[in-house]
Design a protein around this ligand. Structure first.
Ligand code: HEC
Length: 171
């Protein structure tokens, strides 16, 4: 009887655990953009479901190095490209605006990656870019890198409040 009770208690406790979501398909926002014009992308209501998916965010971190975003943005701290880990955004900090920045490029030196990088990977990059300024939950953002890096890992950064924008929705 005691064991049955212990078993039942364990099941109940485990049932209460939050399980990280792992959607394997691109977020809904990415569908229906077949023409690749990215014209009306700045829809702040667009939700990037990869922001709840630790694997997708870590893929984004991999792409950030693989496509040499690092070369200009220096791990997010900024170099010839602006810092991506602070509260200042030239073109918006919401997922759709960041998607446009990456896919279509920006006039003062940000190359357009939309024709070279699959849309899925761009959404993963978007999620990772937002994790740099602490916009993602600590259970999803990447933890300490294997390489030498002096700052806090993405998962432990305090959320920056993007300047001049409404606070992000509670999560
Ligand atoms: C050749 C250098 C270069 C590379 C490579 C590069 N960027 Fe940029 N990026 C820039 C510059 C310069 C800007 C600012 C453009 C402007 O102000 O018009 C920028 C702007 C941005 C912005 C907008 C920032 C804001 O404040 O709104 C994002 C997001 C971004 N880059 C992400 C990326 C990602 C992700 C990659 C890799 C896929 C990447 N960049 C690769 C130079 C680069």
């Amino acid at each position: 009887m005691k064991r049955a009770f212990a078993f039942l208690a364990t099941v109940l406790v485990l049932a209460g655990c939050y399980r990280e979501q792992r959607p394997v398909k691109a977020p809904p926002a990415a569908s229906g953009v077949a023409d690749r014009s990215y014209a009306a992308r700045e829809d702040t209501a667009v939700v990037n479901r990869y922001e709840e998916n630790a694997f997708a965010v870590s893929q984004g971190k991999t792409w950030f190095r693989a496509y040499n975003c690092n070369g200009c943005h220096a791990s997010g701290g900024g170099n010839s490209g602006p810092a991506l880990m602070d509260a200042t955004w030239r073109y918006g900090s919401d997922p759709a605006s960041i998607f446009t920045s990456i896919a279509a490029g920006r006039p003062n030196g940000m190359p357009a990656f939309g024709k070279r990088v699959p849309e899925d990977q761009i959404w993963q990059l978007v999620a990772y870019v937002r994790s740099m300024s602490g916009q993602l939950s600590g259970s999803v953002a990447p933890s300490r890198s294997d390489s030498l890096y002096p700052g806090e890992p993405e998962s432990r950064r305090e959320p920056e409040q993007p300047k001049g924008e409404a606070p992000p929705a509670e999560r």
